[in-house]
Design a protein around this ligand. Structure first.
Ligand SMILES: Cc1cc2nc3c(=O)[nH]c(=O)nc-3n(C[C@H](O)[C@H](O)[C@H](O)COP(=O)(O)OP(=O)(O)OC[C@H]3O[C@@H](n4cnc5c(N)ncnc54)[C@H](O)[C@@H]3O)c2cc1C
Length: 506
């Protein structure tokens, strides 16, 4: 008889975990509360355009990349639509303080050369820094889909330094330090706190080459769903789990909002752990100290998003991400308070399948502190009042002013505007304080922010961004950990290693 698993949450983590388990012969049921599956992979249609909600730029999908190898092992790589960004311009940056533009190129040597163009005389420092980030990432066996080297890995001093301190160790030019930290909005970076390995991992992924989903990230969620269903499983949308039942220190079933009960050999929590605790009929099956610890871990900051429909043939498609930054000194201050918001933002023109010369849409994501929406935290979607709607309009205007500063005449390109705030993220994904990246990692107290995938309840496991690294580069790796806790150590990694360029070794 097939072993069975019930996965609570049909987002990136739940779908990847379900896909791997079903690929390895288990019968999987994924339960998603929203009408659309995908969580951060979810897209929505507004003004006739498809907008992604939480997956704009992805790493690990280029040839030999870790997530691409997982997709090849799952047999789905040929079914997905992605577009690699321009190798000559992975990202472009503008600092308003001195109106300077920077171009960041792909590939180790081109990355160094592109920055050295703007910072002559810094080649040696940039080279030492780049070697250091690649060395750090090499300490992460899972990143390279290698079985863990040894029971207790001792990490280097660089690995656990605060990211800002790590950059400062190698780079002495203040402006270059800020430029190298430009991606910290992608990982909720905090000065003196975010470990260097997170910075190194995201930076290496982008130096190796980022990609983007063409035609909407939800197509990828659909592909994972089809795989699970094709393997005899189920993916149920529009019916969230409301109760988790237990007896004799085991989970015995879950009941949904529509009153359906599902049982399995294993239960996998793919939602925020604290949201899960509130569903437990008997919370004491998990130790109180554990629940309190997870409840007290601070989460990353959130974001305000502007989705723009652009008038036809007015704005050229950009095959890379771009950043507006205010002051160099603020590079580590994103999402700390409302003061001076926005300190900067990421903007991009998401690709369509068969993308042409012009773009019909743009997504602007500006980090935002939860404090900025705290006054409306007890409201729900569609019922937040006119004060909230006016505040959202003011936020949108500020972002449009900054776009106008970079691209005079930009407002004339905009046909329609849609906005989403940290409250939208909280309510749609069920994420505490609308956090973009889940739990904050703290290099001063790594034990606090490390959440194992196994729990004291033998048939209950966790997955998703709160157990490891967030995003497309992290959540699928945690899914492997979760699946191996069921299937056996290195079981999935060994299966993946049998695949090369999409073919299984015989
Ligand atoms: C604005 C924004 C932009 C981002 N941009 C990027 C990016 O460009 N690249 C990148 O790699 N990462 C990005 N991220 C991060 C990425 O989206 C997340 O790290 C990732 O989606 C987390 O996966 P997860 O499975 O842990 O959670 P989610 O994907 O959020 O999935 C959790 C799912 O559980 C469901 N759920 C909650 N409660 C229940 C319940 N009771 N019953 C059933 N289902 C439930 C939710 O509806 C949701 O679908 C972004 C995040 C945000 C917010």
């Amino acid at each position: 008889m097939k072993k069975t698993a019930v996965v609570i949450g049909g987002g990136l983590g739940g779908l990847f975990t379900g896909a791997i388990l079903s690929r390895e012969g288990m019968k999987v049921t994924v339960i998603e509360k929203n009408a659309a599956i995908g969580g951060g992979l979810q897209s929505f249609t507004r003004f006739g355009e498809v907008f992604d909600t939480g997956m704009h730029v992805i790493g690990g999908m280029q040839k030999g990349g870790n997530i691409r190898r997982i997709c090849e092992y799952l047999g789905i790589f040929d079914k997905i639509h992605i577009m690699d960004v321009d190798p000559g311009m992975t990202d472009s940056l503008y600092f308003a303080e001195d109106r300077r533009h920077y171009r960041i190129a792909q590939g180790r040597d081109r990355f160094i050369a592109s920055l050295a163009e703007s910072f002559p005389g810094q080649e040696a420092a940039l080279s030492a820094y780049t070697d250091a980030i690649f060395r750090i990432v090499d300490e992460l066996d899972l990143f390279y889909l290698r079985p863990a080297s040894g029971y207790m890995r001792v990490h280097s001093e660089d690995f656990l330094m605060p990211a800002d301190g790590f950059i400062a160790k190698y780079i002495h030019n203040d402006h270059l330090r800020s430029v190298l930290a430009y991606m910290n909005p992608l990982y909720g970076g905090r000065p003196g706190m975010t470990p260097a390995y997170i910075h190194a991992l995201i930076s290496v992924l982008y130096i190796n080459g980022p990609s983007r989903f063409a035609g909407g990230s939800s197509l990828f969620a659909d592909t994972l769903r089809d795989l699970i269903v094709g393997n005899g499983g189920e993916v149920i949308a529009g019916d969230g789990v409301e109760h988790v039942h237990s007896a004799d220190r085991l989970v015995t079933g879950v009941t949904t909002r529509k009153g359906r009960t599902f049982t399995g050999d294993f239960y996998i929590c793919a939602i925020h752990p604290c949201a899960f605790f509130s569903l437990l009929d008997d919370p004491s099956i998990l130790p109180k100290a554990y629940r309190t610890r997870l409840d007290e871990i601070p989460v990353s900051y959130s974001a305000f998003t502007l989705n723009l429909k652009l008038k036809p043939r007015t704005f050229r498609y950009m095959n890379h991400s771009s950043y507006y930054m205010g002051r160099y000194a603020d590079i580590w201050n994103f999402g700390r308070s409302g003061s001076g918001w926005p300190l900067g933002f990421l903007y991009m023109t998401p690709p369509e399948i068969g993308q042409g010369e012009y773009s019909t849409k743009m997504i602007i994501t500006a980090p935002m502190a939860w404090d900025m929406v705290r006054q409306w935290e007890d409201t729900s979607y569609g019922h937040r009042g006119s004060g909230y709607m006016e505040w959202k309009c003011r936020c949108a205007e500020k972002l449009l002013d900054m776009m106008e500063e970079m691209y005079p005449g930009f407002r004339d390109c905009v046909e329609a505007v849609n906005t989403a705030s940290p409250l939208t993220i909280r309510d749609f994904y069920g994420i505490k304080e609308g956090a973009m990246c889940g739990y904050s990692k703290d290099c001063n107290n790594m034990a606090l922010s490390q959440v194992p995938v196994v729990t004291k309840v033998k048939n209950l496991l966790l997955t998703g961004q709160n157990c490891g690294i967030h995003g497309f580069c992290g959540v699928p790796l945690t899914a492997i950990n979760t699946c191996e806790a069921i299937l056996g150590n290195n079981y999935v990694l060994d299966s993946i290693s049998r695949f090369e360029n999409g073919r299984e070794h015989v």
